[in-house]
Design a protein around this ligand. Structure first.
Ligand code: ATP
Length: 384
């Protein structure tokens, strides 16, 4: 049993700064949990409190049901993989992997068996005699993982383990970590600021911002039902478009025309002078490629295409829009949640790579209005 439970965890540094602010999070036995968020959101601090490298200001941390607040790191039986791998340069790969077993005075034949098992899993056999300096970045990363899996730890903790690798290797190692975790079935907490890692690796993802949990959900739920503007804008690439809007009766007035919401949906967003409508790039399509039968489920509009980007398997079109001046002004005043990114004056639209839409011309787009999100610009909450 190696669940990890965080109960109202607070971390205040000496200067009174709260890096982690009342975080409660339960990680189930065997679960792969991702902690993600922008730089400074407190994710490394949280991880370091789990492993015991940082004191907990208040709240309770439990591992396998037992309180660990006062336990030293070595008594917590956790394996941590650091961003810089923390390998010993003077030791061979074999001895680096064996290190935790030497510390616990494991008999030699058992050490040999376990190191060989780890080397099997990570395909490190041919490198066992080498020193870390003579390995590639990806191989060093594997040695660091070997050292983590060689003992029977209750959980793995990863702190941005792939950030020193180039993009291609990062992709490979990501798949390896996912495979390894599934094979070993061990509770894992993985810190990253990379949303691709967050979306592909975890059973669940915890999105943090300024020391506060924003949402804990499966990758699909985060993508499809973000609870607020921050999560909606953070997850997804290219990011969600946020357009100024207002409600007129049961219609949402947007820069691309009116979207009929129907009474039930309109009721959930009524009472706000201004709204933000969140539209992922793929909610749009080139209208000429949409089935006639599907068209009534959305809205068709004409817009000028500024730039297109053709990527082989996808194509993006950028369409400028104008927000009514007073709405833009009101939005700016309403909330510090909104940064210039969220108040762009062009929408990015993902269309089929076969689309004939061209730069500098007008084109007809179809928008799947069933999928749009509507946010309160003041609180950032997703109202839909
Ligand atoms: P990054 O991705 O940049 O590592 P992070 O989300 O992991 O960011 P943390 O390293 O947990 O963030 O830091 C959270 C906040 O706490 C930051 O604002 C940081 O400056 C602050 N902080 C971290 N360590 C200390 C410390 N020892 N003393 C004071 N403040 C600290």
């Amino acid at each position: 049993m190696s669940s990890i439970e965080m109960d109202h965890i607070v971390k205040e540094y000496g200067d009174g700064f709260q890096a982690v602010n009342d975080v409660s999070l339960d990680i189930a036995d065997g679960e792969f949990m991702i902690l993600v968020g922008p730089s400074g959101c407190g994710k490394s601090t949280l991880l370091r409190m789990i492993v015991g490298l940082e004191d907990i200001t208040s709240g309770e941390m439990r591992i396998g049901g037992a309180r660990v607040n006062e336990k030293a790191p070595r008594d917590r039986n956790l394996s941590m993989v650091f961003q810089n791998y923390a390998l010993y340069p003077h030791l061979s790969v074999y001895e680096n992997i064996a290190f935790p077993l030497r510390l616990s005075k494991t008999p030699n034949d058992e050490v040999e068996k376990r190191v060989n098992q780890a080397a099997d899993v990570l395909e490190l056999h041919e490198h066992l005699k080498r020193k870390p300096a003579n390995l590639s970045g990806g191989q060093r990363q594997r040695v660091a993982m070997g050292r983590a899996i060689v003992r029977d730890a209750d959980a793995f903790l990863f702190d941005e383990p792939l950030s020193n690798l180039d993009a291609k290797l990062r992709g490979q190692m990501r798949t390896e970590i996912a495979r390894l975790q599934r094979r070993l079935g061990i509770t894992t907490v993985y810190v990253t600021h990379d949303q691709t890692e967050a979306m592909t690796l975890g059973d669940r993802v915890c999105v943090l911002r300024k020391g506060l949990v924003q949402q804990v959900a499966s990758p699909r739920e985060l993508y499809e039902q973000p609870v607020n503007l921050f999560v909606a804008g953070f997850i997804g690439s290219p990011p969600m478009n946020f357009l100024p809007a207002s409600l007129e009766g049961t219609a949402l007035r947007t820069p691309f025309g009116d979207i009929e919401l129907g009474e039930e949906r309109a009721a959930t967003v009524r009472g706000h002078d201004v709204l933000l409508v969140g539209i992922r790039p793929e909610y749009f399509e080139d209208a000429s490629l949409v089935d006639e039968a599907k068209k009534p489920h959305g809205a068709t509009f004409t817009a000028q295409v500024d730039v297109t980007e053709w990527l082989g398997d996808a194509q993006y079109a950028y369409i400028p829009y104008e927000a009514p001046a007073e709405v833009a002004e009101q939005l700016k005043e309403l909330s510090e949640e909104l940064d210039s990114e969220q108040l762009r004056t062009q929408a990015v639209v993902s269309i089929d790579s076969t689309s004939r839409i061209r730069e500098g011309r007008e084109a007809e787009f179809w928008l799947d209005t069933r999928k749009i999100h509507i946010f309160d610009p003041k609180t950032g909450d997703n109202l839909t």
